[in-house]
Design a binder for this molecule. Structure first.
Ligand code: HEC
Ligand code: HEC
Ligand code: HEC
Ligand code: HEC
Ligand code: HEC
Length: 404
């Protein structure tokens, strides 16, 4: 770590610049922020932003392991590309002379290069994932619609002694300067850095949440409105007092980055409307979000289960799945990152109402419709040989009972 030592003007300045360097330096972790910003830290710790490093997200690890096996590359070679968004401050950005690195790994010999790359991947300062010193160190964003220019490629990091955020500096923090930036106040640019979308090596689109959002025409709601809570009045770190400054009341939000696992956000995904019409059941599913449902990681899916019943007896069950299916050159299902094409994508588009007409099952008096969400389909779990209680699970979205 480069520490700016300007000690000639006295011990205090030296100490202050050391603290600044500690605070948000490109190589530092966010632990120093947690001590003062307990509310933000508590919320953020529940989110998977805090687990985007290979050592804390088991499915990310399993996916990298799988890709490495089927493409005959060491895991590190795969991971360096993924880190573009998952660990944008990882020091190694690409592996030069890939062949010699791959060979050294195959032969299990340690070279200067293998040591440097392994140290970079295992660097303790990047293990807290998309943390405070990622988002709040973003000085400028090179806005572009280019799927390749995401993650660190879209970011200009600021100096070590500055925090970028939604407010002007009022001197109260003391330990850090604060600079107000538009990407925290009035735009979705910060989220778009990683969530706009990405391409795999075959130019197949992945994670196009931001692109979907821009195509939706939505102008009144931002990512933060739904994923960080509505604004409320509050004082940042109220326990800190500083002579000569008063604590301003601010419009603040939670740092939950609400997703399927740490919130009830799935309940806001869609509305179901159903009616009986002649010999058919007419089912309408309306996406209430300005991006696809489901959106994000290519393994996400939703099952619409339709149970025709007679009283309590289930006579027939049909399942309609909303998902993207990625395939290899031979048309076999594969994970998004190495797919040659998208075979199908029937997810609900932003604000779409989809009407399904389903023949009623003979003898049915009732129907029950249940929508559930999966983080990863069973087929992909099987493909990458991964199993875990968080991922092998149906998350409730919506349900409806109707007399036929
Ligand atoms: C994924 C990006 C991201 C991460 C990670 C993140 N923040 Fe923020 N933070 C934001 C955004 C965006 C806002 C502005 C929200 C608004 O007002 O619209 C914000 C606002 C704040 C504020 C102003 C008060 C408030 O809560 O609105 C503080 C303080 C803050 N963040 C501290 C932290 C700390 C400490 C961490 C680490 C535990 C952290 N942030 C992690 C994006 C992030
Ligand atoms: C010694 C305590 C302390 C530490 C450590 C600290 N902060 Fe702060 N920070 C404060 C206080 C106090 C404020 C409130 C200033 C105000 O009310 O305007 C603040 C304000 C902020 C804001 C809002 C101002 C803005 O620019 O929008 C953000 C964002 C923020 N801190 C992020 C961080 C991050 C990220 C870290 C770690 C790299 C960090 N802070 C470390 C005390 C601290
Ligand atoms: C530097 C890249 C980056 C930025 C900037 C970023 N994200 Fe993320 N986000 C990620 C990654 C990577 C994941 C997946 C982490 C994992 O599951 O390992 C993620 C996951 C999420 C999730 C799912 C979280 C969960 O707990 O399941 C939500 C919701 C989300 N981000 C919203 C946002 C919003 C809103 C913003 C803007 C305020 C934002 N992100 C900014 C990279 C980023
Ligand atoms: C009107 C509220 C709303 C807005 C605005 C919104 N989202 Fe969402 N988002 C949702 C809901 C509801 C879900 C859960 C269903 C789904 O996957 O579509 C979701 C899901 C997600 C997920 C997957 C969460 C997970 O658990 O893996 C990500 C990532 C995400 N949104 C990012 C964004 C980004 C980035 C923006 C802005 C470009 C945004 N969202 C705007 C409501 C919203
Ligand atoms: C363009 C930026 C970007 C790149 C590059 C990227 N990811 Fe992601 N990744 C994300 C975002 C954003 C999410 C969160 C989406 C969501 O929650 O649905 C995510 C989520 C995931 C998830 C789901 C995690 C969970 O907790 O559910 C896996 C697995 C994953 N990524 C694997 C990879 C692998 C493997 C690579 C490299 C081959 C990679 N990613 C490259 C942005 C990226």
């Amino acid at each position: 770590m480069k520490t700016k030592l300007v000690c000639f003007a006295g011990f205090m300045i030296c100490l202050a610049s050391f603290a600044y360097a500690q605070l948000s330096g490109a190589g530092t972790s966010s632990y120093v922020c947690f001590s003062c910003h307990k509310d933000q830290a508590k919320d953020w710790a529940t989110t998977w932003h805090s687990r985007s490093h290979i050592d804390s997200n088991p499915i990310y690890k399993a996916m990298i392991n799988y890709i490495s096996r089927v493409t005959y590359q060491p895991e590190e070679s795969v991971l360096v590309g993924c880190a573009q968004c998952h660990n944008p401050k990882m020091t190694i950005k690409e592996i030069s002379s890939k062949d010699s690195f791959n060979l050294a790994k195959v032969l299990n010999v340690e070279t200067e290069q293998t040591k440097r790359i392994e140290a970079s991947v295992g660097d303790a300062n990047i293990k807290d994932g998309i943390s405070c010193n990622i988002c709040h160190n973003v000085q400028e964003i090179n806005e572009s619609m280019n799927m390749e220019m995401r993650g660190f490629k879209a970011i200009e990091w600021g100096p070590n002694d500055v925090i970028y955020g939604p407010f002007e500096d009022d001197g109260r923090a003391g330990i850090h300067k604060s600079v107000q930036k538009e990407h925290f106040t009035n735009s979705d640019k910060l989220c778009m850095v990683c969530h706009f979308g990405g391409n795999n090596a075959n130019k197949i689109e992945l994670y196009a949440t931001g692109k979907e959002f821009l195509g939706s025409g939505e102008t009144s709601q931002r990512c933060a409105d739904c994923h960080m809570s509505t604004k409320r009045k509050g004082i940042i770190t109220p326990e800190i007092t500083r002579p000569g400054t008063t604590a301003n009341e601010r419009e603040i939000r939670s740092h939950l980055f609400e997703g399927a696992r740490n919130s009830d956000i799935l309940k806001e995904t869609l509305s179901i409307d159903a009616k009986s019409e002649g010999s058919n059941l007419i089912l309408k599913l309306t996406n209430l979000t300005p991006h696809k449902a489901p959106t994000g990681f290519g393994g996400r899916s939703m099952d619409v289960k339709i149970e025709f019943k007679n009283g309590a007896n289930v006579l027939d069950t049909q399942i309609y799945t909303l998902e993207t299916v990625y395939v290899d050159k031979k048309g076999k299902e594969i994970v998004p990152y190495i797919a040659a094409s998208i075979k199908s994508d029937n997810r609900l588009t932003p604000y779409e109402t989809r009407k399904l007409s389903i023949p009623k099952f003979r003898g049915a008096t009732d129907v029950k419709i249940t929508v559930t969400y999966r983080l990863v389909s069973d087929r992909i779990l099987k493909l990458i040989n991964f199993s875990d209680a968080t991922f092998n699970k149906d998350y409730p979205v919506a349900s409806l009972d109707l007399k036929l």
